[in-house]
Design a protein around this ligand. Structure first.
Ligand SMILES: NC(=O)C1=CN([C@@H]2O[C@H](COP(=O)(O)OP(=O)(O)OC[C@H]3O[C@@H](n4cnc5c(N)ncnc54)[C@H](O)[C@@H]3O)[C@@H](O)[C@H]2O)C=CC1
Ligand SMILES: O=C(O)C(=O)CO
Length: 324
């Protein structure tokens, strides 16, 4: 008999078919308590769980006593209670690598659009304000050859450094938990402590996972250390930044501008003060959102679940130690 799984995300037809070849699939809209209750039997017998963005905590796991593997269509897994999964020896699979280059492209888009005020001035053109030659009030600031500081030199940080170094001639500073010899050799990236990075960078780019350690890592004191001309970019996770402190830093001119793909609360509330600041480019968490990459992530997540339920955890597994 095929193992049963819960699918809580719409997938392309061919991937849905691939899942159905291996599993008995129950598709649900989300993992809200009402949904779980409505499909109680399917949750009670499911050995696998595949989807993205929803919270997977100890309360949900209690409803899934047979669960052996979860597969998220994302590289970040801060929405999972990993301790609770480990305690039950449930595997957690994720999708690193397939999205790396696309997310690095998005970060460069944020760097360029916030520095050159692309969104703001394009809006002024559409509003009919371009009626004569433009003056300094339409100007931005240069990106090329400015110093880029990368907080979190992992897969995406490295792909960002590559773009900034080879494409824009930017000196790279970075902070991470370990020295990154590849970044140092290929891009002459210089390791520095966080405070030095904040003080010396023209662009401060955050590509960190959300953990207990990184929660509100960047707050009032950190914005105060940045240059007044600094542009702050966050494409990691919203809660790594104290958003009230960010708003204050932007309003008080402590930093020049911000480019943001992630927020403390998503979707960003329509009354967020960030939305009324002209020096903020706010995107709806589109780091990996291209047709190609979202397909590749979904395909990777499907393969990951098939592998995990067959005991194969050589790649894309967050907690392979729970096997055996
Ligand atoms: N905006 C978006 O759509 C996307 C956002 N992300 C976010 O980007 C994060 C990074 O992804 P990858 O580069 O693939 O992960 P990765 O695991 O390769 O890199 C993370 C880096 O952060 C460093 N790090 C972790 N804790 C740290 C700390 N306390 N201080 C300094 N450095 C620390 C690690 O050493 C590592 O170098 C994901 O966890 C996710 O939250 C990822 C994909 C898309
Ligand atoms: O993969 C992730 O972690 C995202 O944030 C979306 O691609």
């Amino acid at each position: 008999m095929k193992p049963s799984i819960i699918l809580y995300k719409a997938l392309p037809d061919d991937l849905q078919q691939r899942l159905a070849e291996h599993f008995t699939v129950t598709q649900v809209a989300n993992l809200k308590p009402e949904t779980v209750q409505q499909h109680a039997e399917a949750f009670a017998t499911a050995q696998g769980l595949l989807g993205s963005s929803e919270t997977v905590d100890a309360v949900l796991l209690e409803k899934m006593p047979q669960l052996r593997a979860t597969s998220t269509v994302s590289v970040g897994y801060d929405n999972f209670d990993v301790d609770a999964l480990n305690a039950r020896k449930i595997l957690l699979m994720h999708t690193p690598t397939v999205l790396t280059e696309t997310v690095a492209d998005t970060i460069m888009a944020l760097v360029l659009s916030s520095a050159r005020r692309v969104v703001e001035v394009a809006g002024r053109v559409k509003a009919g304000e371009w009626t004569s030659g433009i003056g300094a009030d339409w100007f931005g600031v240069d990106v090329h050859h400015k110093t880029m500081g990368i907080i979190g030199m992992g897969r995406i940080g490295l792909a960002l450094a590559q773009r900034a170094h080879f494409g824009f001639g930017m000196p790279i500073l970075y902070n991470a938990r370990h020295h990154h010899t590849e970044a140092e050799a290929r891009f002459q990236a210089r390791y520095c402590d966080l405070n030095t990075l904040l003080k010396e960078s023209d662009f401060v780019c955050l590509v960190l996972p959300l953990t207990e350690e990184t929660h509100h890592l960047i707050g009032k004191a950190q914005f105060a250390m940045m240059k007044k001309s600094a542009i702050f970019v966050n494409a990691g996770r919203g809660p790594v930044v104290d958003e009230n402190a960010l708003v204050e830093a932007l309003q008080n001119g402590e930093i020049h501008a911000a480019g943001l793909d992630v927020f403390e609360k998503e979707p960003l509330p329509v009354d967020s003060p960030l939305l009324s600041l002209p020096n903020v480019v706010a995107l709806p968490h589109i780091g990996s959102a291209t047709h190609e990459t979202r397909y590749n992530m979904a395909a990777c997540a499907v393969d990951n679940l098939i592998d995990a339920l067959n005991g194969k955890v050589e790649k894309n597994c967050v907690n392979p130690q729970v096997v055996g």
